[in-house]
Design a protein around this ligand. Structure first.
Ligand code: NDP
Length: 273
């Protein structure tokens, strides 16, 4: 049977196997999808070992940049992002790298959550691998502005430069920001430590600003709680993004479309229980 994995460290908590199992059930595809804990210092050997047999893989924290370096072929968006979240074995044995985080985020925001990004002022918090992967897709939606704010400001500046030719993107430190925006996307890993990025509550215009945390969990994340407390119109976690980026990968690997809505619903119910 065709084999797929998600590489990460840690990776035991990953919902990707459950998502792909439900996609496989829905479409009648025969495949195996499991987690693979890669050693922090030796992602390359671990990945190359898997791909002697394996057909495809997703890549999560902290290996997206290692995966990028391992590829023989890259999509344009993965090359620009400098990070890969999806690997596919080519017929000649080489590896193709793509980055589908941006498609997943935009599809979740625009289709599942129902928020148009066109003409909006968007604030993106963080400048790590996840941010690299979503800037291009966000700019394709033609926002009025996209500000990347990060604790280490130089990293945000660097990303704003890389993507400047694609649209109105700028950089900032957290404490320079005061004026409200339409959409705030938290792509820092602060929530993992139960923390909040230090941003002013005045960034939220009550009843208007939509807040989105790429983190997700059984309980609302600290960022989602903060957003709700300050009157955000919506505060949404990133589970839909995970399911949507998985759908892009599944369709590419198997050549069949999937319906993400029942999968999202079933797994949300499972998580809540
Ligand atoms: P990285 O480790 O590459 O980047 C982490 C970022 O968070 C950096 O910008 C870092 O700032 C910032 N940061 C860390 N701690 C704090 C803090 N206490 N306060 C403020 N900023 C902080 O991680 P990724 O970009 O790969 O992932 C970011 C988050 O997005 C993770 O929670 C991950 O789980 C989630 N994610 C979710 C996806 C989904 O499908 N839902 C997909 C991809 C990611 P600095 O540069 O200053 O160190």
């Amino acid at each position: 049977m065709d084999q797929y994995v998600v590489f990460g460290n840690p990776v035991g908590h990953s919902k990707s196997p459950a998502i792909h199992r439900l996609f496989a059930e829905q479409t009648g595809e025969q495949l195996e999808y499991s987690t693979l804990l890669a050693p922090l210092e030796d992602f390359a050997n671990c990945a190359l070992g898997f791909f002697k047999q394996g057909r495809g893989a997703n890549v999560t924290v902290p290996f997206k940049e290692d995966a990028f370096r391992l590829c023989d072929q890259l999509t344009d968006r993965a090359r620009r992002a400098g990070a890969v979240n999806m690997l596919t074995r080519l017929d000649n044995g080489g590896l193709r790298g793509d980055n589908t985080d941006g498609l997943g985020l935009v599809r979740d925001l625009t289709v599942n959550v129902g928020v148009s990004l066109k003409g909006k002022r968007i604030l993106l918090l963080g400048a790590g691998g996840a941010v690299r992967g979503v800037i291009e897709s966000l700019l394709e939606q033609e926002p009025a502005s996209l500000i990347i704010a990060n604790r280490t400001v130089e990293k945000a500046e660097q990303l704003a430069q890389i993507f400047a030719e694609l649209g109105p993107v700028a950089s900032s430190g957290f404490d320079w920001l005061e004026e409200s925006v339409d959409i705030i996307i938290n792509a820092t890993s602060a929530s993992l430590a139960g923390e909040l990025p230090p941003i002013a509550a005045s960034l939220i215009e009550p009843g208007v600003t939509v807040c989105y945390d790429m983190m997700y969990g059984k309980e609302p994340t600290p960022f989602c709680r903060w957003a709700s407390e300050h009157g955000a119109k919506l505060s949404v976690d990133g589970f839909g993004m995970l399911v949507e980026q998985a759908a892009v990968a599944f369709t590419y690997w198997r050549g069949v479309e999937v319906d993400t809505a029942p999968v999202l619903k079933a797994l949300r119910a499972e998580m809540a229980g």
